[in-house]
Design a protein around this ligand. Sequence first.
Ligand code: ZN
Length: 261
Amino acid sequence: MNAARLFVVCALLSLGCACITNPETGKRSFNVVPEATELQLGIDAYSEVKTSTRESSNSRQRAIVQRVADRITAQTGVAYQWEVRLVESNEANAFCLPGGKIVVYTGILPVLESEAGLAFVMGHEVGHAIARHGGQRMSQTMIVQAGLQVADLSMGDSTQKPMIMGALGAGAQYGVLLPFSRGHESEADYMGMRYMARAGYDPHEAPKVWERMGRGSTQPPEWTSTHPSHENRAADLRDAMAEAMRFYEAAPKKYGLGEDL
Ligand SMILES: [Zn+2]
């Protein structure tokens, strides 16, 4: 460990840095943002989303989105105040804020095609939130922009708002499109496929979602990054399929692909 790196680590420790453990994968990561701060930012970001977007008036799709959210979140074992909102928009987008507020844009439904496709993407987004990737991204941003302290993080600060919304995956409307890292994407993919399989949706649909996404002309903001490529992601999911199928076989209720969206 070189001196500069050691300095950063000491600085993180003095900020009260905790190593956090992903409850689904056991993977440990650095995160300097306290969970309480992250949860508060998630709550603030969600009220921001609610005031700036319109809920879909399609009651059939709203009901499907709600029941998929109920089934996926029940498999996480995480006691968030889960909530889901289907937003009317041509944009193909979805995200889950810290604390469990899930937002799905109607524009993503055609590429998801079925409840199973939705279950995978929702599981993926929920995975980012549970693994606390937003806090990790804020941690990285703060390290890069030296000087910004955790205690200064506030949605009330108009210069910080786009950065925070971006780090939480909700920055599209501010033009802040921060792709998650390859490692975060792979982790969320893996978590998403496990959740969907346990919830009773056929996990074979997970890699197919990435293949369809790769063919589409409009890429959802969260996935504008070309890395990892959609082909690699589909291949990685197929590698993990045997395990996901064991979860699916053990699921008390099976929905297959569910209803078409
Ligand atoms: Zn993602």
